[in-house]
Design a protein around this ligand. Structure first.
Ligand code: NIG
Ligand code: FE
Length: 404
């Protein structure tokens, strides 16, 4: 498209959170086509800079579009019964070892068609979008056969075609040992390495490979094998690690250059150091922490000390976090983990984008993609402070206003 025919949109008098910090004075933002073309303090703004632009907003808080960098949005069925069991005192691990938990969602997801999964997942995606999400990561992991994992990833990709949102997909074949492989974890890991990863790589269905490194998941040795094969296929690496115990999964993932280690409640200083050295993002999931009524807090102070970027995500899933509201996660990251509102917002924008290997997103900067949110609030901290619907005035995806 030629320069002159590109759409130009102008916002004036904004309080702006740029993905890392709140700017000290009111700002004007110009979007041209799908990119941010100008960013000025109001007092320096010269109307000649934006001749012909549509003035589409004045006042309010602008943030980057939110990035939900860890979800399991595609699944069938629900686990409300298990929620009640847990409230009666049965643990997540006990339910998993008895064949429930993840495996109960696997049973429901295997029998669902792609269209049924789309129908089940779209309303959840719509809630994310109404809460300001412009990029979402979606994992497989409730199929656990080659065909069913591919089915889930295809559904995830289709969701991104049905709605104005960027979808990043992650193969989580090593989420749980499926019943037909009971007692044969080696054989299942071989299936993941020799068939699942090559198939998703061949079909271009996944951007990354994830594992559940845990007693009820997969051992570090198995995860390492999977990381090696993911790397051979040019796929990024992520890990669910140190959620329920410390197996050193985060340090292992960091050694393989992982984009992120997620959960990390039981992460120790050696793990934090390994992540700092590798540039691996710590993805905090306060929804799962709260729903499982966990008590072991992630080592926030150490993560700060070693300057490990902290992202915050919904972990939307039927078991541990049946919640699709990233702004609620910002609130919980503050109240449960004691992040500052600024850290929580950076965790849902700049740092979340980094956890997906997309550092150009989650920022308001000249040249960055125009994924933005305009909120009816006075200061950015309110997004973490109050839990409230109806604050999103505009959601801008790739330079298009998609929600007003
Ligand atoms: O991120 N920890 C493992 N995986 C998910 C939970 C999945 C489930 O229980 O269905 C999580 O918490
Ligand atoms: Fe998860």
């Amino acid at each position: 498209m030629s320069q002159s025919s590109r759409k130009r949109l102008l916002w004036r008098d904004l309080t702006l959170f740029d993905g890392l910090q709140v700017l000290p004075e009111p700002m004007a933002v110009l979007v041209e086509g799908d990119h941010i073309a100008g960013l000025w303090p109001e007092r320096e703004f010269d109307p000649a800079l934006a001749i012909g632009a549509d003035k589409v907003g004045c006042g309010g808080v602008m943030t980057p579009g939110l990035v939900d960098c860890h979800t399991h949005l595609v699944y069938a069925g629900d686990r409300a019964g298990e929620f009640e069991q847990r409230l009666e005192g049965v643990s997540y691990e006990e339910i998993a070892r008895a064949g429930g938990g993840i495996l109960s969602s696997v049973r429901a997801t295997r029998t669902a068609s792609e269209d049924q999964l789309i129908a089940a997942s779209l309303p959840r995606l719509d809630v994310l979008l109404a809460d300001g999400v412009t990029t979402v990561e979606i994992k497989s992991g409730y199929g656990l056969t080659v065909a069913d994992e591919l089915k889930m990833l295809r559904v995830a990709r289709r969701l991104g075609e049905l709605r104005p949102v960027r979808v990043m997909t992650t193969l989580l074949g090593a989420h749980a040992l499926p019943p037909e492989y009971a007692g044969r974890a080696d054989d299942y890991v071989r299936l993941v390495c020799e068939q699942m990863i090559p198939a998703v790589a061949r079909e271009g269905l996944a951007d990354a490979v994830d594992v559940f490194c845990e007693g009820i998941g997969f051992s570090p040795a198995h995860c390492e094998r999977i990381f090696q094969v993911a790397r051979e296929h040019g796929l990024a690496i992520k890990a669910h690690a140190e959620q329920l115990s410390n197996l050193g999964g985060s340090a292992l993932a960091a050694r393989y250059g992982a984009l992120s280690a997620d959960h990390v409640e039981y992460l120790d200083e050696a793990g934090v150091r390994a992540m700092a050295e590798a540039g691996t993002v710590a993805v905090l999931l306060p929804g799962a922490f709260q729903v499982l009524r966990e008590t072991q807090l992630p080592p926030i102070e150490l993560l700060r000390q070693y300057q490990v970027p902290m992202a915050v995500a919904s972990d939307a899933n039927p078991g541990t976090s049946p919640i699709c509201l990233p702004t609620l996660m910002a609130h919980l990251a503050c109240t449960l983990f004691r992040l500052t509102p600024r850290e929580a917002l950076a965790g849902m924008t700049a740092h979340a984008a980094r956890a997906l290997g997309l550092p150009e997103l989650g920022r308001i900067a000249v040249g960055a993609p125009a994924d933005l949110c305009l909120w009816d609030i006075r200061q950015p901290a309110e997004l973490a402070y109050a839990v409230q619907a109806g604050r999103l005035r505009q959601r801008i995806f790739c330079g298009e206003i998609t929600h007003a």
